[in-house]
Write a protein that binds this ligand. Structure first.
Ligand code: UDP
Length: 488
């Protein structure tokens, strides 16, 4: 009976406009659609090309009871004070907090059209991004239950809550300290200055986000229970809000075409064959994948050091570089002919099909900036990591991977910094040392690989029928059916 009623549910998904938020929210919409629910992704006209190929491919699945809909809204850029066509945070030339808040203010202009959408579509629930506190208010006004999607894990929000409730007010931000999560054995190593900008500098926006927690029905987390069990069962934030752990949502991208278009539309730099035929020439677990997500910027000096480190480590690699100028400005002389031309390394300027690469058996390590999607994709693929956090909650994600689950090595970045030119340069020797340790054959490296592999198996089991995330989805759908029945 419940299944029949799941068929009647209609859910709208409203992701924040950056790749790291749109990608998992589209995955989530597909997850719900796979359970028979009418799912509609609401985005802006400028972001349609990034999403439509994924939605179109998903809709070729004959087992879907309802095709996923795509609903574009107009973002009035110039009225909102941002350049026309800059409809994605990744379009901005630096990861600067000022740009972020300007963009956040611009996205608030979506409120009237989203409100109209709720009136005309009358969905049974909306899943809204953490960065859209206005959307939970609009939903409340329209008597539509809302769920929050915070794009990150439970662990980081638990630590942030503990810090906000006490420690942040005390003492020196630059001193590393051990934070205790009540009731759990491990302590969390943290420098308070490495917390996300909006936690360190609370402003109107942080208050609005906090207020929004009182309006939601609960939070959907792209993570799985087994990964965060200690925190879920005991952390203080688990008492305030309901959580459903339904990930890793990336795991439903099973076929090659879907992995190719995910996140970039048709804009991946190279075909699947281009990547696969290169990877197939390499030994299992010999390739290092290096990618810093969708928005990270590096100076020419830093890029040159990465190139030096990769060349010195003398292992095959795929290195994704975004937002960089001419290679002549940052690549060491002769790098392209010696390393790329020699088949040792692949340099991708633009967008790489990360899931396709990470899940190839030739890949044995991942240098990541610790954006949560990348962390979870590494976990799901069972690939150990070198962590190189830059900003936001990435230092907390590093802690989870390196010190809690022991599936990674820290490159040793000490301070969070939004601006590329203000960061301390990680030199080539540091990178080489970390690569040798990660990809080497010692006992510790083997143990790390084993832990990563086992965590990957647990992640995949969580998404299968009977697994924890699958069960959580069932509970959530039942809950939404109950809500609909009560309202009707
Ligand atoms: N991604 C990708 N190819 C790229 C760069 C990024 O597929 O060349 C995807 C990656 O798989 C992940 C998302 O973009 O799903 C980035 O999200 P994450 O949270 O890791 O970092 P952010 O970009 O938000 O900093």
């Amino acid at each position: 009976m419940l299944n029949t009623m799941a068929d009647d549910l209609q859910i709208l998904f409203l992701p924040f406009l950056s790749p790291g938020h749109i990608i998992p929210m589209v995955d989530l919409a597909r997850l719900f659609a796979g359970r028979g629910i009418k799912a509609t992704v609401v985005t802006t006209t400028g972001n349609v090309p990034l999403v439509k190929p994924t939605v179109d491919l998903a809709n070729t699945d004959a087992s879907l009871r309802h095709p996923i809909q795509l609903l574009p809204l107009r973002l009035p850029c110039s009225e909102a004070g941002i350049p026309e066509g800059y409809e994605n945070l990744a379009d901005f030339p630096e990861s600067d907090p000022d740009d972020f808040f300007r963009f956040i203010a611009a996205t608030e202009r979506l409120e009237p059209s989203f409100s109209l959408v709720l009136k005309t579509h009358r969905p049974d629930c909306v899943v809204v991004d953490f960065f859209y506190p206005w959307a939970t208010r609009v939903a409340q006004d329209a008597s539509v239950p809302s769920l929050l999607f915070n794009g990150s894990n439970f662990f980081s929000s638990a630590v942030i809550k503990i810090v906000q409730d006490g420690e942040l007010k005390q003492g020196d931000l630059e001193t590393e300290r051990l934070i205790e999560v009540p009731g759990i054995p491990q302590k969390i190593r943290l420098k308070l200055s490495n917390l996300p900008y909006n936690v360190l500098h609370p402003n109107q926006f942080s208050h609005r986000m906090a207020e929004s927690l009182h309006r939601i029905h609960g939070t959907v987390v792209n993570s799985f229970y087994e990964l965060e069990r200690d925190y879920v069962d005991r952390a203080p934030n688990s008492r305030d809000v309901r959580f459903w752990f339904v990930g890793p949502v990336s795991l439903q991208n099973r076929d090659m075409d879907t992995k190719m278009v995910r996140g970039s539309g048709d804009a991946a730099s190279g075909s699947a064959d281009h990547f696969l035929s290169w990877l197939e020439t390499k030994r299992p677990r010999s390739v290092l994948y290096v990618c810093f997500g969708s928005m990270a910027w590096f100076t020419a000096t830093q890029l040159r050091e990465i190139a030096r480190g990769l060349e010195a480590s003398d292992r095959p690699f795929i290195w994704v570089v975004r937002n960089a100028g001419e290679t002549s400005e940052w690549l060491p002389e002769g790098f392209e002919s010696r390393v790329v031309g020699g088949g040792k390394g692949m340099l991708v300027q633009g967008w790489a099909p990360q899931l396709l690469i990470l899940n190839h058996e030739a890949v044995g390590g991942f240098v990541t900036h610790c954006g949560w999607n990348s962390c979870l994709e590494a976990i799901a693929a069972g690939v150990p990591v070198i962590t190189w956090p830059l900003f936001a909650e990435q230092f907390l994600n590093e802690e989870l991977l390196v010190n809690v689950h022991k599936m990674g090595i820290s490159i040793g970045v000490l301070s969070s910094c939004d601006k590329a030119e203000e960061r301390t340069v990680v030199n080539g020797e540091q990178l080489k040392a970390a690569v040798d340790e990660l990809m080497g054959s010692g006992e510790e490296a083997e143990e790390r690989r084993k832990r990563a592999r086992e965590l990957g198996q647990t992640a995949r089991r969580a998404m299968e029928e009977g697994g924890s995330s699958h069960e959580a989805m069932t509970c959530l759908i039942d809950e939404l059916i109950r809500l609909k029945t009560t309202v009707d």
